[in-house]
Design a protein around this ligand. Structure first.
Ligand code: F6P
Length: 491
């Protein structure tokens, strides 16, 4: 937090993302607030509370309009009111084209390469351009200086940096891409690849989770645009605009907000097992995801099935609890994925459930962070088996939740987190036997080994927390701003 304040020196930041950090809805005439299932929000919200400023986002909650002032702003978090949330309203058609269409049927599968074919419709692209412009205009309006610090978040806004740059040439624009960046061949099938790249190159700094994604991006630009690339400094120069491309692995808040306030793990587990009607000593696994085909939920269930085939002594003694928050459910691909997840869980349960004990408990509904934390603290193992993931903050949240230094993380090698959490059991989720064996190894691991692994992972998450993620980007931005200021003076 100190590093953040030093870098900002009193300056307020503007964050732009599609998803808002607080969603207002109405139940029985009462306005309620929810926090969405979103890695982006998990990471950026504590930074925003530390820095203050304005967060511009789509107002998607059914009661969002009832809470804003005449400038479409509301102070959040609801209890402490530390920064402004400026909401942008979208019609159903706009949301369909920009969010569901181009962002989530086009760019999402394009960047994840999880073997779902991207769909590119010209009408969706047009909405994407229009909505990017709408957000850019809002940023310019919210800015109270000619050189604000703007943090653009994610693939919903590839065009925003250039649009903001046109209106505010001196702005410091830090763009962070929260999902993987594919190789040039894969990215090249997008009909608007040049426009997207040009848009992103309006940024001062362009951040990805891993050096590998940075390399893919540099190669993509090299393939499709006329630019000068300096590999040593990892910068791209195009028409007088310099963009630094760098990896900034995202993380979570440390210390966790609940630190020191929770009952011991033993007690939480005891209460959890009782609530689930399971006997003491029953083994629990936990999976926490949005209901998304990139998360490897089917592969995870298949690995549980295989583990129970290979180790029948665990049948009736192990349950995987899978939390799957509803996500993008207006899209057919997501609907059919959800149906497959339910069907597979039912089939495995028919085979392996024993009286009063299911092999898989599927909770396909939204859970607030406090509830998720109770599951993390009750489980012997957390399974993160994404087929491809920029970072995956569930892995880091599980580690942060385990102040008892116990519990094992089974982690997909295709997540950014696998580049940092080396003491997890790293698996290829497409390899069922390997994942099943890793799950068994986790369930039978001696306590001293769990402790050794968990200690190192906790040190990693503590030292490379989300304040450092944001602080490093702002430090790089401050250096660039100083260089620009001094260059102007000499000239
Ligand atoms: O992983 C990319 C991402 O945008 C995250 O940053 C966020 O957690 C998640 O997708 C949420 O998706 P949506 O906003 O569509 O619910």
């Amino acid at each position: 937090r100190k590093l953040l304040h030093q870098q900002l020196a009193g300056e307020r930041i503007i964050v732009v993302s599609n998803r808002e950090p607080y969603i207002h809805s109405k139940k029985d005439g009462e306005i309620q607030v929810h926090r969405p299932a979103s890695g982006l929000v998990t990471a950026v919200e504590p930074v925003m509370r530390a820095c203050s400023g304005t967060w511009v986002a789509h107002g998607g909650g059914s009661a969002d309009r009832e809470t804003v002032d005449s400038h479409d702003r509301v102070r959040v978090p609801p209890n402490s009111q530390e920064y402004n949330l400026r909401r942008i309203w979208l019609t159903k058609e706009e949301e369909e084209g920009y969010y569901y269409g181009f962002a989530n049927e086009g760019l999402w599968p394009l960047c994840h390469i999880a073997h779902v074919r991207p769909i590119f419709r010209t009408s969706d692209w047009r909405e994407y351009v229009r909505i990017n412009q709408r957000f850019a205009d809002a940023v310019v309006k919210e800015s109270d200086s000619e050189n604000p610090v703007v943090l653009v978040q994610d693939y919903h806004f590839a065009l925003l940096p250039e649009m903001i740059r046109r209106a505010l040439p001196k702005a410091t624009i830090i763009t962070f891409w929260h999902i993987p960046w594919p190789n040039p061949e894969s990215f090249g099938i997008c009909p608007w690849r040049e426009e997207l790249l040009k848009g992103m190159l309006g940024s001062t700094i362009l951040g990805f989770h891993t050096p590998y994604h940075c390399k893919n991006f540099l190669e993509t630009v090299d393939r499709y645009l006329e630019t000068r690339i300096e590999h040593e400094s990892s910068t791209i120069s195009r028409r007088g605009q310099l963009t630094m491309v760098e990896s900034y692995p995202i993380s979570i808040q440390w210390p966790p907000p609940w630190q020191g306030t929770l009952p011991p793990v033993e007690q939480t587990r005891y209460e959890m097992l009782a609530a689930l009607g399971l006997p003491a000593g029953h083994l629990l696994g936990i999976g926490v995801d949005r209901m998304d085909y990139t998360k490897g939920i089917l592969e995870r269930f298949t690995a549980v099935e295989r583990m129970l085939e290979l180790h029948p002594e665990l049948v009736g003694h192990f349950t995987l609890i899978q939390i799957a928050a509803p996500s993008r459910s207006a899209l057919e691909e997501y609907q059919s994925f959800e149906a497959r997840v339910h069907a597979l869980a039912e089939r495995i349960n028919r085979r392996f459930s024993r009286e009063g004990c299911q092999a898989i408990i599927l909770k396909a509904e939204h859970h607030e962070p406090e509830e998720v934390n109770r599951y993390y603290r009750s489980a012997q193992v957390c399974m993160v088996t994404s087929l491809h993931d920029g970072m995956n903050l569930v892995a880091k949240e599980f580690v942060a939740a385990r102040d008892d230094e116990q519990g094992v993380l089974v982690l997909s090698q295709f997540t950014g987190a696998a580049h940092e959490l080396h003491e997890s059991l790293i698996v290829n989720p497409y390899h069922v036997e390997q994942t099943a064996e890793a799950l068994h190894q986790a369930l039978t691991m001696p306590e001293y080994e769990q402790q050794e692994r968990m200690r190192s992972m906790r040190a990693m998450v503590r030292d490379f927390n989300v304040y450092r993620w944001a602080g490093r980007m702002l430090l790089d931005a401050a250096r660039i701003r100083q260089r620009e200021r001094l260059a102007v003076r000499i000239g």
